[in-house]
Design a protein around this ligand. Structure first.
Ligand SMILES: [Zn+2]
Length: 504
């Protein structure tokens, strides 16, 4: 049998991002993003009545520019809208207002560290267009909801730079995060705010040719993007190994249930949409000053934030990923840490050194505690109620005060859980809660002596076993003392005192 040649995947993406604007792209209808009863956010313009004129939404252009700038794309000084002509029931005008040869932005890229390797993915272009309505197929009829017709979209076309399905997925996930950071879109795939078509072809490793690509349409989750591409990759590899690789372009659909792609149509040439300049919208000048203003308002982007968190707070990659995945969580964390820093410098108990030196000595222990209590216990409470961090009843100030109690060893971890629980439910100050509920850790020997005696008297067999050398029994006795102390004792101190008592 002929040795099989190694193949590599060549993948490109076309991504539609619904822009989060107050109104639609060319009319005053509210951009309801699917949250309203059918056909309640419509008007003669977005319904395509004859004689109506589109008016460009400035906010949509600004959000499109912000998104493009986040990828370092070049913004056009002059852009133009074109009509893309085709017939479909969800397109009331019989054409879509899109951009053809004068898009809003060109080029740009995103570099991601994937499994320790830096990979750069380039953008071909970003253009603006209007969304179509939405068809609902029933057994007896197809219904159309035009609320979505005219909603502003940014379409991003990448270069075929992805070499595996997981790279495509990672890019899309980062794109979602960037869209949220710049406020361009909530980019929720489940709600159709972020939609993706992927094209894939294979080629022998080392061959630079681009072979006919297979386009997979309407992938509506990150998982289906990865699964559909993995399926196509395997299917096409089999064709290559049989000596009959795809000879022409195809469009395929993804069947999530069956886990396979289905042929929809083959493409002989390129589709002819008879694009022509939109006569009702003049070409638009974009001034350098406008671009600068938008650029200034772009916050620190996720990649930069991750790098800074690692450097500034000595965090691990896994920790920064969790924090940076939500800008509000990252902001909350920084607010907590800034309080902790102030406490560290002002508490008076700190060793000598400049603030910088003190911080560098203590930061890992402090930030580790902050990340851990934030992303496990506080998240647990928030998730249980479906709340965002911005709705947390525990303020960053109180959270910092709480972390200080744990950092100083004034409360043990089970007491700390109780305190945070009460903070969350009753919004009280952590020290007051610890005081009221007698949760401060007891480590003074005289206070504990009574509990130790009691534990030994009540468990004579175990005490004897430890006396004669059975080590593991000590933990059992420590547990008894902890219970007697109401969880306030420091387990390490208890163990020490028990040893002293039983094996003097
Ligand atoms: Zn309208």
């Amino acid at each position: 049998m002929k040795k099989q040649q190694p193949l590599e995947a060549v993948i490109g993406l076309e991504i539609h991002v619904q822009l989060k604007t107050a109104s639609k792209m060319f009319c005053a209808c509210a951009n309801v993003l699917g949250d309203a009863p059918p056909n309640t956010s419509v008007c003669p313009i977005c319904l395509g009545h004859p004689g109506t004129l589109p008016v460009l939404n400035r906010e949509a252009v600004q959000k499109g520019i912000a998104l493009a700038l986040a990828f370092g794309s070049g913004i056009a000084s002059k852009m133009r809208f074109d009509r893309k002509n085709y017939f479909y029931p969800d397109l009331p005008k019989g054409y879509q207002i899109s951009q053809f040869d004068r898009p809003l932005a060109k080029d740009g890229s995103l570099t991601l560290a994937l499994e320790g390797v830096m990979r750069t993915f380039s953008l071909e272009r970003l253009h603006l267009e209007e969304d179509a309505g939405k068809n609902f197929h029933r057994s007896d009829a197809t219904l159309v909801d035009f609320n979505r017709a005219g909603v502003p979209l940014a379409e991003i076309v990448t270069k075929p730079d992805f070499r595996s399905p997981s790279e495509a997925r990672a890019f899309l996930q980062e794109l979602r995060l960037i869209a949220r950071y710049v406020g361009a879109s909530d980019a929720d795939m489940e709600k159709g705010q972020l939609r993706c078509d992927a094209n894939i072809s294979l080629r022998p490793v080392g061959d630079e040719t681009l072979y006919p690509k297979i386009e997979v349409k309407n992938l509506n989750s990150f998982r289906s993007v990865e699964r559909a591409l993995a399926y196509e990759s395997k299917r096409q590899a089999e064709l290559w190994h049989q000596g009959k690789p795809p000879a022409q372009q195809e469009t395929r659909g993804w069947d999530e249930g069956k886990g396979e792609t289905i042929l929809q149509r083959t493409k002989e040439g390129s589709d002819d949409y008879r694009y022509f300049p939109e006569p009702d919208l003049p070409p638009i000048d974009i001034s350098k000053k406008d671009i600068e203003l938008i650029e200034k308002a772009i916050p620190e982007l996720p990649q930069a934030k991750r790098a800074r968190f690692i450097l500034e707070y000595e965090l691990k990659h896994s920790e920064t990923d969790v924090l940076v995945a939500d800008k509000d969580v990252a902001d909350y964390f920084e607010a907590v840490v800034s309080e902790l820093k102030a406490w560290l410098f002002d508490s008076g108990q700190v060793e000598e050194g400049t603030h910088d030196e003190i911080w560098k000595r203590s930061r890992r222990k402090i930030t580790k505690l902050a990340v851990s209590w934030l992303t496990t216990e506080l998240f647990k409470h928030l998730n249980a109620e479906g709340k965002a961090i911005t709705e947390s009843p525990v303020t960053p100030e109180n959270m910092a005060e709480f972390i200080v109690l744990v950092y100083e060893g004034k409360v043990n971890s089970s007491a700390a859980q109780t305190i945070l629980d009460v903070m969350y439910r009753e919004g009280k100050d952590p020290s007051d809660i610890a005081e009221d509920r007698k949760l401060f850790q007891t480590s003074d020997a005289s206070g504990l002596a009574e509990f130790i005696k009691q534990a030994i008297t009540e468990n004579p067999d175990q005490a004897e076993q430890y006396r004669v050398g059975k080590e593991p029994v000590l933990q059992f006795l420590v547990g008894k003392v902890m219970k007697l102390s109401g969880g306030r004792a420091d387990p390490a101190v208890v163990a020490k005192l028990l040893k002293k008592e039983l094996r003097p």
